[in-house]
Design a protein around this ligand. Sequence first.
Ligand code: FAD
Length: 325
Amino acid sequence: MSKKVLVLGEVRDHTLRNVSFETIAAGKIAAEGGEIVAVLVGDSVKDSAEAMIHYGADRVITVENEKLKDYTPDGYSQALLAVIDQEKPEGIIFGHTALGKDLSPKLAAKLNTGLISDATYVEEAGGNIVFTRPIYSGKAFEKKIITDGILFATIRPNNIPPLEKDESRTGDVTSLDVDVKDLRTIVKEVIRKATEGVDLAEAKIIVAGGRGVKSSEGFEPLKQLADVLGAAVGASRGACDADYCDYSLQIGQTGKVVTPDLYIACGISGAIQHLAGMSNSKVIVAINKDPEANIFKVADYGIVGDLFAVVPLLAEEFKKMQVHS
Ligand code: FAD
């Protein structure tokens, strides 16, 4: 049965996060030929509407208000509830991002509907829209359907490929005025962590360091390899606890969950709590001087050796490949 599906685009610093396009692709499957309505919320988001249409949205609704400049659960839920009230969608898809994780349960409760969170795959099967999601820290997967009410799900970034961009696509862009009021929290100031380069959550390649890097200077060769590959730098909790890097880089059960195309683990032992955050990466390369290290059990390619010798060599070789390509 074809459905109208609402997808949330996330705009940060006037740029759409990649996961916005992935929600459209997931929405297309859930809509079964129905309409995809993209929603953009913020203080100045209209410029991003066209890209949502190029990636497959049929229409875009913008909710602009200076009180929506920064995310607050009250402000965004008022904006989204107004759009939902106007559009009466049968499906809603958000990214499983910090914003999506916070906002979706609040909205699902208000809408009195179920919610499937952190889906990595969406398909139509046996007359249902089936969402696959990891459980037990990624050691198993479950398939879930929503049996009643709005089909509401969040999708893990980097798992459902966006549709091909088509710049000839057109669609209506309309705005909805929402009287945002009674905010119980207000963002007074945003203090950004000094993380440079590629966003870890959306990175296609991650070079991660563990306690084996031995110091904050020890991260330098990893940063150089990351620069050559256009990758983000991540870390184990061991490295963060030892103060070699900032906690914003931590990957794992109590850090970020990532699913890049390529994960290069350098001097990381492969504790279960670390694997929980990265074991679903498409290709895993481990560099460790201990051949018995647990990380080799999940690695597709293993290099037994000293990371301070191996990582610069890799950077050098990849650089040569770029020069020749
Ligand atoms: P280690 O286990 O000390 O491993 C260092 C590795 O480096 C070793 O395998 C060693 O052989 C190798 N090595 C050393 N020198 C070199 C060299 N020169 N070249 C190559 N290899 C070298 N951890 C996380 O990562 N993320 C989490 O989110 C997380 N959450 C946790 C939550 C809880 C409740 C608990 C209890 C723990 C959590 N941990 C988490 C911690 C986890 O259990 C491990 O302690 C941590 O992952 C270990 O980090 P590591 O692999 O960097 O360090």
